[in-house]
Design a protein. Sequence first.
Length: 240
Amino acid sequence: MSPAPRHGLARVLSKHGICSRTQAAQWIVDGRVRVDGQVVRDPEFPVDRARQRVAVDGRDLDAAPRLYLMLNKPRGLVTTASDERGRDTVYRCFDGAGLPWLAPVGRLDKASEGLLLFCNDPEWAARITDPASGPDKTYHVQVDTIPDAPLLAALESGREVDGEPLRAKRVELLRTGTRNAWLAITLDEGRNRQIRRLLAAFDIGVLRLIRVGVGRLALGTLAKGEWRALTPEEVDALRD
């Protein structure tokens, strides 16, 4: 029988979802973390989570409450905890809220808006972001053209871009103006900048891109820059 896997203490904390890897290392150096009752100051200290008890500030790691929330991400914010270029991040929306460490579930690029999930439950997040079994994501996209039915069908059929097949699960025309239109685009996979790259392959420019749904969870009337906790029913629905 092979021995249980052992991982560095900082990695164990971050993977548990209570903090970032950098923050975990600092907590450990500061003496806030104990393993089997003993203070450990080495972030790489090997830990077997199946056999050893880990506590932060005297609180058992497994006792940390799980929190799941949704944010209506404004345009212009980057989806990261800190940005090396000094740009505003999505965490600005949580200033003063007193929330525990939460990680984004997936991401939206700086120019995109809408529904962005956060949690401190890595297993739940992995279910949501799994490209094979995760829930569909729905977007409302303003484009710089008036697409006809054959073009909508072509977007569903897809095209190879830089050696990568890109397609939409479903594309619907929502409304048109004189020179642009709004589309509802549903994806069942999560490739990097998938919608923008797919549309660019058909010479279509994106004017606005808003995620409005993840599975059965809808953005609804949540104001831009505002957030709310998910209900237990919503958490379970996304998990299933």
